[in-house]
Design a protein around this ligand. Structure first.
Ligand SMILES: Nc1ncnc2c1ncn2[C@@H]1O[C@H](COP(=O)(O)OP(=O)(O)O)[C@@H](O)[C@H]1O
Ligand SMILES: [Mg+2]
Length: 390
């Protein structure tokens, strides 16, 4: 049989990028192929924003089908943020072992003493490492609630799904990852400094759910000046060092957008599914589409699209009034071949409840909005069961 590496490149040469017509190897979309003796394969796929996200699956499947391959890992990277050519990288003595990403060749340019001065280090920066996603089995199913932009109701949807799941008897936790707008304390009416027991932070509780927010830890007026790596550190600490206990579902109120912070968060953590929130407007839908693509690239299943502020119910006639246009959520769902799992009406009580710490699912459970949010929670559970089993 041919050596594994040759068979891998052969398999990659058969995967065609439908956008360009070229195969992924010829198109220089594949970097850093590494194999181990026991058949683990790891590579980086450079996927441009307009490339089809299904290429990740195609590449994985092509390699998985080779005999002798036990495991395939495809790290996806944006070519716009990747060095154009690997040729300039400092040569290394031996190929790096898998799972042990190579340290940047510090000191290469300082010469002489063999000691690196990190600040003055002139060596080219190594591309950011893609971490191995960490699993947190005690958190149950981890659900990221995401939106392309802020203000579409991401936190509202996350909080109400959480409360609805708790009403169904599930053990639920929720955390702010949107640390620039940590509004869980306000929306759930909890705000206190959490206590620490045995070096673990004890989450606060509201409506039967456990809550952790960066808002509990910072002064209200303090501007959030943290940068990406610090954000990741805080969030990782929330996952690891908070005494969540055993949960069934864990919701993450993601930062809006699809930038590096969002990407590294889903790459660092084993997220079981994402819920994308949009409003019916076209601009919001475009942003949400990028959100869907981000999760697809990182192989996190999108559980469904929620269209929020879908319509306003005329209090006199009960007829829906389309305030922000119509059909955005449905269009997005169709375009991405994903289910539209709910359309939440505009309801002033949602905002009041958000400002006074009473989620509508608890405060006005018979309202149409609350019923829709409960149905969304139910569909999220069903989708997770269909993907992972019960
Ligand atoms: N369906 C809705 N009807 C009325 N107000 C809503 C609705 N959804 C969200 N809001 C309000 O809109 C504002 C933004 O919602 P929020 O959940 O904070 O958005 P995000 O987390 O996406 O920034 C909040 O004041 C919230 O109470
Ligand atoms: Mg929010």
């Amino acid at each position: 049989m041919q050596p594994l590496m040759e068979r891998i490149t052969g398999a990659l040469a058969a995967v065609r990028n439908p956008r360009t017509g070229a195969d992924v190897l010829a198109a220089d979309m594949v970097r850093d192929i590494a194999t181990t003796v026991d058949g683990k394969v790891r590579l980086t796929l450079l996927l441009a924003a307009d490339d089809d996200a299904t290429l990740v699956r195609d590449v994985r499947q092509a390699i998985e089908s080779l005999s002798g391959v036990s495991d395939v890992r495809v790290d996806v990277r944006d070519p716009a943020q990747t060095e154009p050519t690997p040729a300039r990288r400092a040569p290394t003595a031996a190929p790096p072992a898998m799972n042990q990403p190579q340290a940047p060749a510090r000191g290469a340019a300082t010469g002489g003493m063999g000691r690196a001065l990190p600040v003055m280090d002139a060596a080219p920066k190594a591309p950011p490492k893609v971490p191995e996603p960490v699993a947190y089995p005690q958190l149950g199913r981890i659900i990221a609630v995401s939106s392309g932009k802020g203000g579409v109701g991401k936190s509202t949807v996350a909080v109400n799904i959480a409360v609805a799941l708790a009403k169904m008897g599930k053990r639920v936790g929720i955390m702010d990852a949107d640390i620039y707008g940590p509004n869980l304390p306000l929306m759930l009416g909890v705000d206190a400094a959490p206590s620490v027991v045995d070096e673990k932070i004890i989450p606060l509780e509201a409506y039967g759910i456990k809550v952790m927010s960066i808002g509990f830890l910072i002064e209200k007026e303090q501007p959030a000046i943290w940068r990406g790596p610090i954000v990741m550190k805080i969030l990782t600490q929330f996952l690891k060092d908070v005494a969540w206990g055993q949960l069934d579902y864990f919701l993450v109120d993601m930062p809006p957008g699809t930038g590096d912070a969002q990407l590294s968060l889903v790459q660092a953590t084993q997220v079981h599914g994402a819920v994308i929130v949009t409003t019916p407007q076209q601009v919001s839908v475009g942003d949400a589409l990028r959100g869907v693509k981000m999760f697809e690239r990182t192989a996190v299943p999108v559980l469904g699209i929620v269209e929020n502020m879908s319509y306003f119910e005329n209090p006199e006639t009960g007829k829906p009034i389309a305030v922000f246009g119509t059909g955005g959520g449905a269009r997005l769902a169709q375009e991405c071949n994903l289910p539209l799992i709910g359309q939440v009406p505009l309801d002033p009580r949602i905002q009041e409840g958000g400002d006074t710490g009473r989620p509508i699912v608890d405060a006005e459970p018979t309202s149409r909005a609350a019923k829709e949010l409960e149905a969304i929670a139910q569909r999220v559970v069903e989708r997770l069961v269909s993907i992972y089993g019960s």
